[in-house]
Design a protein around this ligand. Structure first.
Ligand SMILES: [Fe+2]
Ligand SMILES: [Fe+2]
Length: 341
């Protein structure tokens, strides 16, 4: 078969192709994204190839689409990886684009971050990967600072799968947003520091066997001792590739300390634990409990906070736990659960 023929999809192949939508404003003028872009036509319903991968997107093209009322473009599902690589590269321009409303930018930042964290945790010995994590934090902090209601904008899109990379991303967005609201931290630099510590907090789990991490039954003493090493493993790994501030390092090392001193690895208690770290322990447990794990079902937000306030009493600083409950207050799910009571 000649090469040009092999590239042309038959009608049948075209029909089988799947697409996902993206806001037009994600595609930045002056760039050449390595993906074909499609338009959706309603009558007859079909996807029309609008721009081939190699053609640059110009201001004129974007403007013409806008003038024609086009708000969304479509990308083939098979081009998803290439699309997210493009977004990763262009994230600063995308976040700064006035045409893209924050509620449309945030899900893209979140999904891009999750994909980056997946590669970080799959291959944490790649310095390049760990350095990428530092870049993920920047648009998250931008989004939290721009948002008038970070809880609504951010927590509503949080995924509850059991992957460590999703959990790291969730703890990052929740901790950055909660630190801003509850600790009054509103400068980019300290929020980025907090975000990086949170994003990498479970990096050390990449050194622990999946069999132990996902064991459905009770852990043996040795297995638990191994799990307890993940904060220090993570810190050691991260320090090889990125420079960590004191706060970021403390989040990584001490996110399993308990207010009553029963945590690990240092057995710190009360005020010995940095206030941001005390908040990180609340966020960490909350995200874990609301996530379905191989050894336990997912709790609703209300159930999770009840477990934390009752069964896990003593693990958390009261101020941090109460503050976090307040922080989550406007969530619909929370309201629904309370109304149902
Ligand atoms: Fe952890
Ligand atoms: Fe964690």
């Amino acid at each position: 078969m000649r090469e040009d023929e092999s590239n042309i999809p038959t009608e049948e192949e075209e029909a089988k192709e799947e697409f996902f939508p993206l806001p037009l404003a994600v595609m930045q003028p002056g760039t050449t994204a390595p993906i074909d872009l499609y338009l959706y036509e309603h009558d007859p319903p079909r996807y029309l190839l609008y721009k081939r991968a190699a053609t640059p997107l110009t201001d004129e093209i974007r403007q013409r689409l806008l003038d024609n009322g086009v708000e969304e473009l479509y990308v083939r599902t098979e081009d998803e990886d290439a699309f997210y690589e493009y977004v990763e590269e262009q994230i600063h321009a995308i976040m700064a684009d006035d045409l893209l409303p924050l509620d449309q930018a945030v899900p893209i930042v979140y999904q891009t971050g999750i994909r980056t964290m997946k590669t970080v945790l799959e291959d944490p010995r790649s310095g390049e990967n760990v350095k990428k994590a530092a870049k993920v934090v920047e648009p998250i902090v931008d989004a939290v600072l721009k948002s008038e209601d970070p809880v609504a904008d951010i927590t509503s899109l949080i995924a509850h799968d059991y992957y460590t990379y999703t959990h790291c991303m969730n703890v990052c967005v929740l901790l950055v947003a909660a630190s801003r609201e509850l600790l009054g931290i509103s400068q980019q630099t300290p929020l980025r520091t907090i975000g990086l510590g949170a994003l990498l907090h479970d990096l050390g789990k990449s050194r622990i066997s999946e069999d132990i991490l996902n064991k459905p039954g009770k852990l043996t003493e040795e297995e638990f001792a191994e799990i307890k090493r993940h904060p220090e493993y993570g810190l050691e790994l991260a320090r090889r590739y990125v420079s960590l501030t004191d706060t970021a390092a403390r989040i990584m090392k001490n996110h399993h300390e308990h207010y009553d001193g029963s945590g690990y690895p240092d057995g710190l208690e009360g005020d010995q634990i940095h206030p941001v770290v005390r908040l990180s322990t609340v966020v960490d447990v909350y995200d874990a409990l609301t996530t379905k794990r191989p050894y336990a079902p997912a709790s609703t937000p209300y159930e999770a906070l009840t477990i934390m306030a009752e069964k896990m009493k003593g693990h958390f600083g009261l101020n941090e736990l109460r503050g976090f409950i307040r922080f989550l207050g406007p969530r619909d799910e929370m309201r629904d659960t309370r109304e149902a009571d």
